[in-house]
Ligand binder design. Structure first.
Ligand SMILES: [Zn+2]
Length: 207
């Protein structure tokens, strides 16, 4: 059966997605929050593509972000931890979209993802104390991503980082709208297919 997903998006923008691409003409999250956005968006469920699907790919991704030096690699434990962290951060971003507090299940997932994460504190150029990733190698790189979340929660920018409420999409976008009320990555893609799905349901129910 052809669904709204197939007709509007499958094989759509993911194949030619370039670095920095955002659906709906949105601007990417401002730095450093864009690091978290890009990390979670290494996977979009409906495109069945995962940019960090192997330890080697994760290593290149982290190195490309300046989070790993040339002589550091990704071990099996860090690879598993990265995937747990990505999943937990997507769940948190979805809670931002839905305006809900995390259920126990989400908190447990988050606890698991954070169990080997260590953070440190360093003075920034302006004298402010900044939270930074601690530890070594890939664990430090993952901790650096978590540090951005901590800083974003402290500064108030974090609630604007949202996962698209269309569950097969889940794209993490930065909601720059005045009242921070966006819930779809793109109104014209996921917003309209959600509307047509509910239209189809109503029609079916009334027929
Ligand atoms: Zn979407």
């Amino acid at each position: 059966m052809v669904t709204g997903i197939a007709s509007c998006c499958l094989g759509g923008y993911r194949d030619d997605v370039s670095e920095g691409f955002q659906p709906g003409g949105r601007a990417p999250a401002p730095p450093p929050l864009d690091l978290v956005q890009d990390f979670v968006n290494t996977e979009i469920p409906e495109w069945a593509r995962d940019d960090i699907a192997t330890p080697g790919l994760l290593e290149s991704w982290l190195r490309g972000r300046g989070l790993l030096s040339d002589d550091e690699g990704v071990d099996a434990a860090s690879f598993v931890a990265a995937r747990e962290l990505r999943s937990a951060l997507r769940a948190l971003a979805l809670l931002n979209t839905l305006g809900r507090r995390p259920p126990d299940r989400a908190l447990d997932e988050l606890r698991r993802a954070l169990r080997d994460i260590s953070l440190g504190v360093e003075p920034a150029a302006d004298g402010r104390l900044a939270v930074v990733g601690a530890g070594a190698g890939a664990q430090r790189a993952l901790a650096a991503i978590v540090a951005v979340v901590v800083e974003g929660q402290a500064s108030g920018s974090w609630p604007r980082l949202k996962a698209c409420r269309q569950e097969t999409c889940g794209w993490v976008f930065f909601d720059a709208s005045r009242n921070a009320s966006s819930t779809w990555c793109s109104m014209s893609v996921c917003g309209s297919r959600a509307k047509s799905a509910s239209y189809r349901r109503r029609r079916k129910a009334s027929s």
